[in-house]
Design a binder for this molecule. Sequence first.
Ligand code: UD1
Length: 422
Amino acid sequence: MRTLDQIAVEGGTRLQGEVRVHGAKNAALPILAASLLADGVCVIEDVPDLQDIRVMVDILKALGAAVEYNPPVVKVDARRVSQTEVPERLMRQMRSSIFLMGPLLARHGRARVSRPGGCTIGSRPIDLHLKGLMALGASVEERHGFIDCRADRLRGGAVYLDTPSVGATENLMMAAVLAEGTTVIGNAAREPEIADLADFLNRIGGHVEGAGEDTVVIHGVKGLAGGRHRIIPDRIVAGTLAIAAAMAGGDVVLRHVRPRHLGAVLTKLREAGVEIEVGRDIMRVRSDGRLRAVEQVRTAPYPGFPTDLQAPFMALLCVAEGMSIVTETVFEERFKHVGELRRMGANIRVDLRTAFIQGVPGLTGAVVQASDLRAGAALVLAGLVAKGTTIVEHAYHIDRGYERFDEVLSSLGARVRRLRQP
Ligand code: UD1
């Protein structure tokens, strides 16, 4: 449920301590959708306790799956799924419900979904999803805001994605895994969450090769069984906490992380003067809070700098000494945090998709509004270094991607509290 909770931050404390990073939302969502493909029970571990996950669980239930959700474990038995239409009410709450198309079509020959809602960070088309499904033999009709896909039997085919879309790559992998023959996805997205989906599909009997590279090959199989899978750590949450520690100053150890999934981000943090030590699944971030500007941050598909960390990193650059330049190449409207950061005293100029950030010695607390998930996190981070109190309104956006963000930061010594609104 969306409440109008706010997050209040008193700036000026260092962060110190250790945190375990939760499982990746963006890996868990497609994997939960993919459990619809299995002819057996799937047990998914390390699923984060987040609003988007609860919506996905409700969708699976509405379709007829038996789902037990005891965070961080979700158990799905989709053997008695009978519905192929995703209820509009749920679809509207989360853009990722588009992931249901591939599995429903592959398993039941039909999928009816309404055009998805979601973040307000750009137009976010789904043409690549639809073109890909058509290349596998599906018919697609779109009327009155609904998309109706049908196929008696999907057939493997060659699909080339004009843009390496994460969601389209995942949707097509899920559709192709039960198709007749082999599917080759060219210019596929390479995000770690795609490799995690492939690991899950292969664990339950699929035959997917090349996930994590730019060509994914899926050999269709006749059926999939149940199985157990553990979700990878959330690289965006890990990155956000690393940025928080860098800004506030302090010494923070992040456990249950994969530093190799954060290559571009760690490079930029080091350029800003942050000390980072990494192990296989652990990372230590140390900073005295005095940061240097970073000449160029350019978001790009993985392994480039993640668009999901653009806003949090910009919050850091607001207080770094010198002029930094940030270019957003993935989503066209992802600078909504700029106006709010300016309210806190940041000096930012935007020219189309590029932001020029002149670091200021300090920010001041203000009432600001989260426009989307990552923008919301960025404002909380800005609050950590601002003088006085920052109130971030519309905290429900933050709750879509960060499990108990306020409590995690408080456990590190930040003065952050949730102001519950009735
Ligand atoms: C996923 C992530 C999101 C992240 C994004 C980019 C999930 C649940 N969400 O979103 O957090 O910000 O990747 O890393 O995993 N595009 C098209 N046509 C399409 C699909 C996409 O033109 O059919 C374009 C989009 O407008 C955008 C770009 O491709 O400019 C990348 O989008 P995409 O990778 O699909 O993002 P999502 O999968 O929606």
